[in-house]
Design a protein around this ligand. Sequence first.
Ligand code: SAM
Length: 209
Amino acid sequence: MVEELVRWGYLRTPRVIEAFRRVPREEFVPPSLRRYAYEDHPLSIGLGQTISAPSMIALMLESLEVERGQRVLEVGTGSGYNAALLAELVTREGRVVSIERLPRLASFGRENLRRTGYDWVEVVVGDGTCGYEPGAPWDRILITACSPGFPPPLLDQLRVGGRIGAPIGHFYHTQVWKVAEKGEEGLRVQSFTPCSFVPLVGKYGWREG
Ligand code: SAM
């Protein structure tokens, strides 16, 4: 899988490639879907949610430029796979907090992280559209569900010079993976690829139902 992601141009940076090699994706999918873990498409993790396709995750992490020692907030823990990759990138010198709104998925993600040796990643149950003030300011924020825009509390909790990435758009229509860098004078937003994510449900996201 990693070789293909490199050949197709999704993976470019040696540290990101190494992170993909080290995290066992099959440990983050339900047992019945393990044989599909290294195919390039999203897989169901229950409760109507998914673990994203490897190529999409590669693009997200390459565009976010996560550095060793950084403090990273992920919104949408799901399986915990993304959080494990973030942990590889920041190492124990940094901090990874991942917020999940569905308690059962938070437990699934936390257990997968524990079993694979990433027990120092903090999984919190809550509405990630409100961010996580105790860890702010964040160097990087990764939103892994489709949002109408960058939620204002998350922009407030991002340090100046920090980056936030999210699939922005409507969950029935076009979504685009966007990354914003926070400057003294405002945001510099870059658009990457069209994508398809489950909705970000919360106070500054979409309403449930
Ligand atoms: N990053 C995950 C992984 O590695 O498996 C995939 C995440 S899945 C595409 C999106 C997740 O976002 C779902 O688990 C969903 O329950 C969660 N979610 C949606 N709205 C949320 C919110 N406001 N706060 C926290 N999590 C949310």
